[in-house]
Design a protein around this ligand. Structure first.
Ligand SMILES: [Zn+2]
Length: 98
């Protein structure tokens, strides 16, 4: 079955995704951006990562990690099989899991 990754990525709620990966740092709103502690290199800088919540892409100003929210999920959790991550995100996205 083909999964339209771009369409799926655009439907992900970043707040839900952060909860999913167990993020417990600060969440600062700056216009359309959400600034958080990098969930990939895990620095102490509470605003190192900027997430564009309109386009659902992220960029870390410290380690340079960037990509879409599916990428953020797979890189943050270390899940090797992207298909598994996509399926989990889809389940959350569709509200089948609390
Ligand atoms: Zn980083």
């Amino acid at each position: 079955m083909m999964v339209d990754l771009k369409a799926l990525n655009s439907r992900i709620n970043i707040e839900v995704l952060l909860n999913m990966i167990g993020y417990n740092g600060e969440r600062k709103r700056q216009g359309k951006d959400l600034r958080i502690r990098c969930t990939i290199h895990k620095s102490d800088n509470q605003t190192s990562m900027a997430i564009d919540t309109v386009n659902n892409i992220f960029y870390c100003h410290n380690c340079g990690a960037k990509g879409d929210l599916i990428q953020l999920y797979t890189d943050s959790t270390g899940i090797a099989g992207q298909a598994v991550a996509i399926e989990r995100i889809r389940i959350i996205d569709e509200g089948k899991v609390a």
